[in-house]
Ligand binder design. Structure first.
Ligand code: NDP
Length: 479
């Protein structure tokens, strides 16, 4: 039985209701976790609050060293953590290993920035008077993370929060708490002081809201759906708290008629079906110039047909199950709606058959051609292995359709023309544009959304400022 990690140890709270963590590949219970209520959330926040002055007082370079050491310790457990992640999330083991390594890379990146946290000096404000621009940590940060990339998305918050001197209370999704709990223990054993990084388990509406509204929590770093992001923003408003919102997306990819069609087909397939389509920056709408559509499909479909489906622990599996049965039902409804709107199912479109798939939440990789532009797959986020494709006559039509979404997270354009690439990259309404490249998020570049995909940035050195208060100090000297 897993317990919450608070103040440097697993803390038991007898009498709390418990929640089963289910293996999406077979429906079996992996473990159970307690469902925190306001009282336990308060215990975790109080520990983080107590640890804050000591952590802030620790020299930044030392915080960086401790973070780097903790990252090495996590890396040395990569196989154990990958098994745990696959068992609770469902993704193939290969992807779980990538995810743990990404978490480590991100902590390393921020550890390396420890000596770059700086303010400013402004001379001659008045006679004998100068000004200082002072940066200081905010205090306790609440980090709320979804189930699709439980560790990577935690690292994006933990790295900048800790290196700048804040302490953290994290709340993973109730369905994927186990890897996060174990990581907290490993990091503590590697030297992160008690109370600096705490993990609570529980539901969003109870534990999550208690964290967001706790008076000692100064900032909420949230990744999740747009609907929950709006709720968190409203709750945080009452305490005038800072929020960073990394929300849903419906990323468009445009394939022009002069593009490297092999490269584009490969990128579309990898990006759409990685993590069974449950990625915020997956290609969720594909716009292909109509004069190369047939050629493009000839290159795409064999790649989709080759995707091997099965439990994430099975050798050679590329496509695991969806995370929950609920997620699968949503996908099924979206596909049915697309078909009713006139879409042709080019591949998949149903649950796979066979003993291997009986108990898990599997769904075939699916390619849909020309659903209506009003259909759900065009308007909503499709968080599963479904790729809708629309023919377009030219780049302007593609950009107009790409921008017709409420979302603005990532976007892709494939062309061999520098003019077309620049034209599209400047006009696409998205926080990130990949030109002739597949979905890879770099620690070096700021990442985040426009429109209803949220605001605030993670990654890059830009993320540091989202965890720092900027103050001014005016000094008048008499000599
Ligand atoms: P949710 O918004 O449902 O949940 C995300 C987290 O918020 C979970 O930990 C959840 O807890 C918690 N939560 C839910 N309700 C509340 C509440 N009222 N107050 C506080 N916390 C709450 O998102 P999903 O789980 O559906 O995650 C998928 C979404 O995340 C997709 O929309 C995806 O696009 C987005 N995402 C965005 C990324 C980005 O960088 N922009 C990256 C990855 C994903 P619990 O589940 O335990 O109830």
């Amino acid at each position: 039985m897993a317990e919450m990690f608070i103040g440097g140890k697993y803390m038991e709270f007898p009498g709390l209701e418990r929640f089963p963590v289910i293996n999406p590949a077979n429906g079996e219970v992996v473990d159970t976790v307690p469902l925190a209520e306001a009282e336990q959330v308060d215990a975790a926040v109080q520990e983080a609050h107590r640890a804050f002055p000591g952590w802030w007082d620790t020299p930044a370079a030392r915080r960086g060293e401790l973070l780097a050491t903790a990252a090495r310790a996590v890396l040395s457990h990569v196989d154990e953590l990958a098994q745990l992640l696959t068992s609770e999330q469902g993704k193939p083991l290969r992807e779980s290993r990538i995810e743990i390594r990404r978490f480590v890379d991100t902590l390393d990146h921020y550890a390396g920035l420890a000596k770059n946290i700086r303010g400013g000096y402004v001379p001659d404000l008045d006679e004998g008077t100068y000004g200082l621009v002072v940066k200081r940590p905010l205090g306790v940060v609440g980090a709320i993370v979804p189930w699709n990339f439980p560790t990577t998305l935690l690292g994006n918050k933990l790295g900048p929060a800790l290196v700048t001197g804040n302490t953290v209370v994290a709340k993973p999704a109730e369905t994927t708490p186990l890897t996060t709990l174990r990581i907290a223990q490993i990091m503590h054993e590697a030297g992160i002081p008690a109370g600096v990084f705490n993990v609570i388990t529980g539901t969003g509406p109870v534990a999550g809201e208690a964290l967001v509204t706790h008076p000692l929590v100064r900032k909420v770093a949230f990744t999740g759906s747009t609907a929950t992001g709006k709720r968190i923003m409203a709750l945080a408003a009452d305490g005038v708290k800072r929020v960073t919102l990394e929300l849903g997306g419906s990323d468009p990819m445009i394939v022009c008629d002069d593009a490297d069609l092999d490269g584009a087909a490969s990128a579309a397939s990898v990006s759409r079906f990685f993590n069974c389509g449950q990625a915020c920056v997956a290609v969720k709408r594909l716009y292909v110039f109509e004069n190369v559509l047939d050629q493009f499909l000839e290159k795409l479909l064999p790649r989709v047909q080759r995707l091997r489906m099965g439990p994430g622990t099975m050798e050679g599996v590329i496509l695991g199950p969806l995370h929950t049965d609920r997620q699968r039902r949503i996908i099924e409804e979206q596909v049915q709606d697309a078909i009713a709107s006139g879409a042709r199912v080019v591949h998949g479109g149903k649950r796979p058959e066979g003993e291997l798939f009986e108990k898990g939440f599997f769904y075939e990789p699916t390619v849909l051609l020309s659903p209506s532009h009003d259909s759900r797959v065009a308007r909503e986020e499709v968080f599963g292995p479904v790729l809708p494709i629309w023919p377009v006559k030219d780049l302007d039509e593609a950009i107009e359709l790409a921008n017709s979404s409420i979302y603005g997270l990532g976007s892709y354009v494939w062309t061999r023309s520098l003019d077309r690439a620049s034209y599209a990259a400047h006009r696409l309404e998205a926080g990130y544009t990949w030109v002739n490249a597949a979905q890879k998020i770099y620690d070096e570049l700021p990442f985040g959304g426009m429109k209803q995909s949220g605001f605030g940035r993670e990654h890059g050195s830009e993320a540091l400022d989202y965890y720092l208060e900027t103050r001014s100090v005016v000094v008048r000297t008499t000599t």
